[in-house]
Ligand binder design. Structure first.
Ligand SMILES: Nc1ncnc2c1ncn2[C@@H]1O[C@H](COP(=O)(O)OP(=O)(O)OP(=O)(O)O)[C@@H](O)[C@H]1O
Ligand SMILES: [Mg+2]
Length: 165
């Protein structure tokens, strides 16, 4: 089960991340996959905001992992520079001290995802918009069942429903 959303600005991408983050209860792994500059960090920032982290997440490109404390603990990984499984062992990849911790993993397809991970695939569209496919978590329309959000620029309004790949 997956669904694809279209965002037209970094703000919309953050908001979509925030909506996903609002559904996290702790212990989830969220993998973010897609090319350089496609919006993974913006999306991760939205997740961070939703789990109550009040500083913006910065990309841990050189450190590989950064831990934050919010309503839930969050560990933000960026595997772009990872070259071997040994490096992942060294940083204790996905070895959480706290079972409630949420892991957000940029460049997650550098390694195998754990079973049950929520997967988010980002693609750049020809017009510069981002197509963002969320698999493994059902994200409802904002406003709840039966009430569609007012027309506007929100990511959800631009969603492409019915993608069931
Ligand atoms: N719809 C959009 N969603 C997200 N970012 C957008 C969008 N349109 C333009 N941008 C721009 O694209 C860039 C996305 O950067 P971001 O750091 O989130 O990408 P990334 O996927 O994390 O890159 P990297 O692979 O280098 O970590 C930002 O500069 C942002 O302003
Ligand atoms: Mg990034």
């Amino acid at each position: 089960m997956s669904r694809t959303w279209i965002t037209h600005s970094e703000r919309e991408t953050r908001q979509l991340g925030e909506r996903l983050g609002a559904h996290l209860r702790g212990g989830e792994v969220v993998t973010l996959c897609g090319d350089l500059g496609v919006g993974k960090t913006q999306f991760a920032q939205g997740i961070g905001r939703a789990v109550g982290i009040d500083t913006p997440l910065v990309s841990p490109t050189f450190t590989l992992a950064v831990e934050y404390e919010g309503r839930l603990p969050l560990v933000h990984y960026d595997l772009y520079r990872v070259e071997s499984a040994a490096e992942l062992d060294e940083i204790g990849f996905l070895e959480m001290d706290d079972a409630r911790a949420v892991a957000v993993v940029e460049w997650a397809d550098r390694t195998a995802a754990p079973p049950g991970a929520i997967r988010v695939d980002f693609e750049l569209e020809a017009d510069g918009a981002r197509s963002i496919r969320i698999s493994g978590l059902e994200l409802p329309e904002p406003g709840g069942s039966g009430s569609r959000a007012a027309a506007g620029q929100s990511a959800a309004d631009a969603s492409r429903a019915g993608d069931s790949t």
